[in-house]
Design a protein around this ligand. Structure first.
Ligand code: ADP
Ligand code: MG
Length: 268
C-alpha cells in the first residue's frame, strides 16, 4: 500500500537498525522470541506492548546489556550482536533506560557530563551540552542541584538530555511516560519529536502508552509475549480494530475485553 511498507518488505535501503530473529532469555524464561524489526534512518519507530511483553529486553539486547541466545543485531550495517555496551555507545547508539536511572547524588551538570564518558573532545562536549539544554531549559536552571531532588518528569528530561550529550545518531528510549502525568508525558513526547525533527536523530521508543507513542512515531510494532504480532505505519495501526480495543482503550476496556484479548490468537 504505502511505499514505506513496500520498501521495508523488500529490505530496501536505509535501515539503521535491524534485528533478525532475536531471542533473549533470563535463565529458563524466554523473554523475546524471534523478534525481527527494522528502524530506518531519521524515523521514530515504536514497539508497543503491555507490561512484561519484552520491550525492555529488546532494548537491552540492542545495547549489549543482554546477549541474545539467537539472532543478530545490526547497526549501520555492522553486526553488533553481543558487543560490549561501551563499544555500541561509541558507534552512536545511546540507551535511555527505563526508570531514568540518574545519579541522585550528583548534580544535574555532572549527570549530563556522564553522557559524554566515551568522548575525548572537550569542546564538542561543551557544545553538545549547551545544545541538549536548549531542549530542556529547566535543567539549565537546576544545573547545580542534586539530580535526586528533581521531580520524576525532570529526571526523565535529564536522562534524555544526558543521552543527547553523546551526540548520538540513534536513541533507544524505554517508556519515558512511566509514572508521569499526561501533561508531562505530552511535553516529553513533544521534545522527543523535536529532537528527531531538528537533529535527525533516529529513535526507537518502547511504550505501554500506545496513544502517545502512535502519535509521535512513524512506524510501529506490537509486541505480545515476546513476539511481534503486528507491524505497520502508525497511521495505519491507529485505525486497526485490535489496537483500538486493546491498546487505545476505545472499545470495551472491561474484564470481558481483557479476557477476549488473552484468548485471541490472530491479529487483524
Ligand atoms: N532480570 C530478570 N530476570 C528474570 N526474568 C525477567 C528479568 N527481567 C525481565 N524478566 C521477564 O522477562 C519478560 C519480559 O520483561 P521486560 O522485557 O522487562 O518486559 P516489558 O519491558 O515489556 O515490561 C517478563 O516476563 C519478565 O518477567
Ligand atoms: Mg520495561
Amino acid at each position: 500500500m504505502s511505499t514505506l511498507t513496500t520498501d521495508r518488505a523488500a529490505g530496501g535501503g536505509d535501515e539503521v537498525l535491524v534485528l533478525s530473529n532475536v531471542e533473549s532469555a533470563y535463565g529458563p524464561i524466554r523473554a523475546i522470541r524471534g523478534v525481527s524489526l527494522k528502524v530506518r534512518k531519521g524515523e521514530i519507530a515504536t514497539v508497543l506492548g503491555s507490561n512484561g511483553a519484552g520491550k525492555t529486553t529488546i532494548l537491552k539486547t540492542i545495547s549489549g546489556i543482554i546477549d541474545p541466545r539467537r539472532g543478530t543485531v545490526h547497526f549501520k550495517g555492522r553486526d553488533i550482536t553481543a558487543n560490549d555496551p561501551a563499544a555500541i555507545v561509541r558507534l552512536g547508539l545511546m540507551h535511555v533506560p527505563e526508570g531514568r536511572e540518574v545519579f541522585p547524588l550528583l548534580s544535574v551538570h555532572d549527570n549530563l557530563l556522564m553522557g559524554a564518558y566515551t568522548r575525548a573532545d572537550r569542546d564538542g562536549v561543551a557544545r553538545d551540552m549547551e545544545l541538549a539544554l536548549t531542549y530542556f531549559p529547566i535543567l539549565k536552571e537546576r544545573a547545580r542541584q542534586q539530580a535526586g531532588l528533581l521531580s520524576g518528569g525532570q529526571q526523565q528530561m535529564l536522562a534524555i538530555a544526558r543521552a543527547l550529550v553523546a551526540a548520538p545518531e540513534m536513541i533507544l528510549l524505554d517508556e519515558p511516560s512511566l509514572g508521569l502525568s499526561p501533561k508531562l508525558t505530552r511535553e516529553i513526547f513533544e521534545i522527543v519529536a523535536r529532537i528527531n525533527r531538528e537533529r535527525g536523530t533516529t529513535i526507537l521508543l518502547v511504550e505501554q502508552n500506545a496513544n502517545m507513542a502512535l502519535n509521535v512515531a512513524d512506524y510501529g510494532y506490537v509486541l505480545e509475549n515476546g513476539r511481534i504480532v503486528m507491524e505497520d505505519r502508525c497511521a495505519v495501526l491507529r485505525e486497526k480494530e485490535d489496537v483500538k480495543e486493546f491498546y487505545l482503550g476505545m472499545k470495551d476496556a472491561g474484564v470481558r475485553g481483557e479476557r477476549r484479548w488473552k484468548k485471541k490468537k490472530t491479529w487483524r
